[in-house]
Design a protein around this ligand. Structure first.
Ligand SMILES: *Cc1c(COP(=O)(O)O)cnc(C)c1O
Length: 374
């Protein structure tokens, strides 16, 4: 089965990993800072904190923002459930606001309608790699005393009006799962410019531990002494995986060019096909396309999904609206809440898109789709 997404690993990636395996540090060593510095060169210089997954990156971002019981987090339902579940686990209430029909990104007007004095964070999701409307979301969040977060699991390498993903919000989370734009197997990161938020993010990643002499409550205890002032977890990304990440980032420019080329080919080869709507980019957006997300019209999405899979083309659906998960249903969230997201979901299909996808395999996917829709 042709996958809808997969990693690209070459000999330089393998050499980078084996070099660390032969060294002194498997974790908490120099490859961590090296990866974070390489990542910051993709976030417009905004400092990055590496963590064990995109999910832990979201958890760290919300914890750094101080999200807790009594707070609300406003986000898009057109996302992987972790964007919402990590805020719920911290005791906050997630409020879903609808998306724009063209990008499937959080609609600033829908977000504005649900902002309250309890809103702690507004989290946009850069669906398919297309940056959300940060120019509209930033003043909205600020006026309501909320922080702006970006779930940029799809959009490492994207830009909006010349500004890199990672520099568009107060807190940005990335994922390095194998299907994403660059991989460490499992992994993630938070990009955050504010020194206070950055310090809280770093501390949450490592048990909340305080080691700096000037901050200790009992500085005279002894050289071994360290203290926990706030609870945290172990979300450290090991050196072995950071080395893979640094190597992947050296290839990210090539990945972006190949993804752009494949998207241009899809756009050409599928132009004018009846029953199909193709993705578009807004003016000012320079997406690193993570998904090629088409819409299958006339109620045929289920049929097309099944027939593409039967033809060996591993299409995917991204995503069921997050509040459709039974865990939200059991908490009283109801279908119909975000109608634009629900109709987007009803038609959405992701076609294969990854840097090592060959033109021939792409042609095969296009042919299969054209045949089904003919
Ligand atoms: C992949 C993804 C996540 C979670 O990342 P993991 O690394 O799989 O934990 C969160 N949000 C979105 C939008 C994602 O695509």
């Amino acid at each position: 089965m042709l996958p809808y997404g997969r990693q690209s690993i070459d000999d330089t990636d393998i050499a980078a990993v084996t070099e660390v395996l032969r060294g002194d540090w498997l974790t908490t060593g120099p490859a961590v800072a090296g990866f974070e510095a390489a990542l910051a060169s993709w976030t417009g210089g905004v400092p990055c904190v590496s963590v064990t997954s995109g999910t832990s990156a979201l958890h760290v971002a919300y914890a750094a923002a101080g999200v807790g019981p009594g707070d609300e987090v406003v986000t898009s339902p057109m996302t992987f459930v972790a964007t919402a579940s990590t805020a719920m686990l911290l005791g906050a209430r997630v409020v879903f606001a609808d998306v724009s029909d063209d990008t499937a990104n959080l609609d600033p007007r829908a977000a504005e309608a649900v902002l309250t004095p309890r809103t702690k964070v507004v989290t946009a999701v850069d669906y398919a790699g297309h940056p959300a409307d940060y120019a509209a979301l930033r003043p909205l969040a600020r006026e309501h005393g909320a922080l702006l977060a970006a779930d940029a699991a799809h959009s490492l390498g994207s830009r909006l009006d010349g500004v890199a993903s990672g520099a568009l919000a107060d807190l940005t989370s990335f994922s390095f799962f194998p299907t994403k734009n660059a991989t460490t197997g499992e992994g993630g990161a938070v990009a955050v410019a504010d020194p206070g938020l950055l310090d809280r993010a770093r501390r949450f990643r490592c048990h909340g531990l305080v080691r700096e002499a000037e901050r200790l409550r009992a500085p005279g205890e002894g050289g071994w002494h360290q203290e926990v002032h706030t609870f945290g977890l172990n979300y450290r990304l090991p050196d072995v995986l950071c080395a893979l990440g640094t190597s992947q980032l050296r290839r990210l420019g090539d990945f972006k060019a190949r993804r752009a080329r494949l998207v241009a080919r899809y756009n050409e080869l599928l132009a004018g096909v009846d029953g199909l709507r193709l993705p578009v980019a807004r003016a000012g957006a320079d997406p690193m396309w993570h998904l090629y997300a088409v819409r299958i019209l006339d109620g045929r999405r289920r049929e097309v999904y099944d027939r593409m899979r039967a033809a060996g083309i591993g299409v995917q659906v991204n995503y069921i609206p997050a509040y459709w998960h039974p865990v939200f249903e059991d908490l009283g969230y109801r279908r119909g809440m975000c109608p634009v997201a629900e109709s987007f979901y009803a038609e959405q299909l992701s076609l294969p898109l990854f840097p090592d996808l060959t033109d021939a395999d792409q042609d095969r996917a296009v042919e299969a789709l054209r045949d089904i829709l003919a």
